[in-house]
Design a protein around this ligand. Structure first.
Ligand SMILES: [Zn+2]
Length: 417
């Protein structure tokens, strides 16, 4: 992509009403725009990141048997009443349709997926199923000041699993845990994300959160360093030892919850009278699990934990572009340098490498480098009078101070691909 064609621009000053680092930085760098508290637009660079986060999640969910669907945002009142959550779910956005029918905007989708599953699940042969979606969720949060880490409107992956019995749910639940860790590793968050024991509510001893260590996080977790697991604040009072090794020495840290998984038992299947026939033809309750992961929240968390004083440092797999190619030159050498840079851009693009190409003639080197650091693509390439004197390109990784010259004709095969 040519940087001159990008309709968004880097902004010099962070917006004054934005307190969180992730939103300030993402707004300045042109990834997102704030419409109102907790409500953001995703601009071309930001949407690329969000889509890549979604692609990683899809791949890992599909590997464990997930089937992607898309459910409605408008969920009728009667569905919420059937589970008792019209009154008890305090962050629902409620609204009336033209026919006076009432709805809530989807804050979670058990009230849709369970009656949906009822249309297809009849026998033990139909089980298990693991549908999921990636969709905008709405929660009427009183406080929305953590940028895209806690929005009133946010993108989330929610998977729901349906099983014939507890043993099948338990074994899938473990698979989902592993899939989540693979996802966080691919986001560069593996080493600082802890499986965190949380209250299981009425249906299980525990549920689990995935908490990423982050000083801007709103949660406090208690880490057992022997087992690399944690306990959340909610249950630390009653759970004063590590659920795995019994250790009572915890390290306290701040964290952001990037995912959570629950065993729901038959809470929702009973509410919608969803049953299946077992091998003997006897009607039985289904058991369910649910598995959430916040895409926009993960994006905010990555910015919070992976940056320096110049800007964002994106992990390669979800960077908006792998390469930021910068063209420099004096007036008299501009056309010659541009011809070389154009050639390199075309070659890389033809090889499938995603390149953001800064070919703007009206910007100086200082401004171009500062913008490249702020945007944070993993590899910076520079073509200038100096590099072309050696038939070379300057190559620098965003997470390293060192740069080196590489020959133009060997760059594509040696370094990028
Ligand atoms: Zn332990």
């Amino acid at each position: 992509m040519l940087q001159s064609k990008l309709f968004t621009k880097v902004i010099k000053e962070a917006p004054k009403d934005e307190v969180s680092f992730n939103a300030q930085t993402l707004i300045r760098a042109g990834f997102i725009d704030k419409l109102s508290a907790g409500v953001y637009s995703f601009l071309p660079l930001g949407l690329r990141v969000l889509r890549k986060i979604g692609d990683v999640i899809r791949e890992e969910m599909d590997k464990i048997g997930g089937e992607e669907i898309l459910m409605p945002v408008l969920v009728p009142k009667e569905n919420w009443e059937q589970t008792g959550r019209w009154e008890s779910f305090d962050v629902l956005f409620k609204l009336k349709g033209g026919d006076e029918k009432e709805y809530a905007l989807g804050a979670t989708h058990e009230e849709v997926i369970t009656p949906l599953a009822k249309k297809f699940l009849f026998s033990y042969r139909d089980l298990p199923i693991m549908p999921y979606q990636i969709q905008t969720k709405f929660r009427n949060e009183l406080r929305a000041k953590s940028g895209i880490m806690r929005g009133r409107e946010f993108l989330m992956k929610d998977m729901y699993s349906f099983h014939a019995d507890q043993a099948d749910l338990d074994s899938f639940y473990e698979m989902a845990k592993h899939a989540y860790f693979k996802i966080f590793e691919r986001f560069g968050l593996g080493a600082i994300t802890y499986l965190t024991y949380a209250s299981g509510g009425a249906f299980a001893k525990y549920s689990h959160e995935f908490q990423t260590i982050c000083q801007a996080g709103e949660d406090i977790i208690y880490i057992c360093d022997n087992c690399k697991v944690a306990i959340n604040k909610e249950i630390i009072a009653e759970q004063n030892q590590c659920p795995i090794c019994g250790n009572k020495e915890f390290r306290e840290d701040k964290a952001i919850e990037v995912g959570n998984i629950f065993k729901l038992a038959s809470r929702f299947s009973q509410a919608f009278n969803l049953k299946y026939l077992d091998k003997d033809g006897i009607g039985k309750d289904l058991v369910m699990g649910c598995y959430g992961l916040g895409l926009s929240r993960v994006m905010g968390a990555i910015v919070e934990v992976s940056h320096d004083d110049k800007g964002i440092i994106w992990p390669e797999e979800i960077a908006p572009f792998k390469v930021h190619l910068i063209l420099l030159g004096k007036k008299e050498s501009w056309e010659k340098n541009k011809a070389e840079a154009d050639k390199l851009y075309e070659k890389l693009t033809a090889e499938g490498v995603e390149v953001l190409y800064d070919e703007r003639e009206d910007k100086g080197p200082g401004e171009k480098f500062a913008e490249a650091d702020l945007i944070g693509c993993p590899i910076r390439l520079v073509i200038s009078d100096k590099t072309l004197a050696e038939d070379s390109v300057e190559v620098k990784k965003r997470n390293s101070e060192k740069s080196k010259l590489m020959k133009l004709d060997s760059l594509v095969k040696d370094f990028i691909v």
